[in-house]
Design a protein around this ligand. Sequence first.
Ligand code: ADE
Length: 241
Amino acid sequence: MRQELAAVLERMPGEQRQSAGGRDFWAGHWYGHEVVAVLSRIGKVAAATTATALIERFGVNRILFTGVAGGIGAGLRVGDVVVASSFVQHDMDASPLFPRHEVPLYGRARFDTDPALSAALAAAARAVLAQLGSALGADAAAAFALQAPRLHRGLIASGDRFVATVLESAALRQALPDVLAVEMEGAAVAQVCRDYGVPFAALRTISDRADESAHMDFMRFIDQVASRYSAAILETYFQNL
Ligand code: ADE
């Protein structure tokens, strides 16, 4: 989201803007590492295009994705953070030609993230979550009644729908019993990264429970919580590289 990118760019002084495919890419440095920051845009096609441009045009050799997601798994609360171990497209269904969720011609439904990159991102997330107040400010933590947010690792489902009913999130849980969270891009980026052999890791802050109240605090949450988490976690990640 735009607020997350703004928080990242504040930490990348002197970044240069380059446009491609209707997107602005920001090339700069973070703790001495070359970084290109960009909004993925929303939905699987937009995110796949952005990932392809990062790889083809900017030659990136790894991709880190941050954002928000709806909590689906039973133990996921607003404010918790998920580092993905794999992604699935919950709206992919070429049955009866292929099993439900399988991406045709890949022989698989699930696309794994890179274990080493994900472990480094999870370590950074753990360090930031341990000091909730300093990453967020006590006001934001209190406004969302965030207490001891937890880090989860596992499956994230992506699809071109904002999931905003109990009925739909229950159906997702039934179709994919181990799914932790739902969003709209990660599986597309995971597929592109597999095509190109580029290591990929993804982190999502839970902004809602994918139910009837999902949309209400979404924007405020991104401003006050998710963007601060993302920037602080990436900062710790680059510091520790
Ligand atoms: N991103 C954040 N919350 C979401 C939801 N409920 N559905 C899809 N994407 C989301």
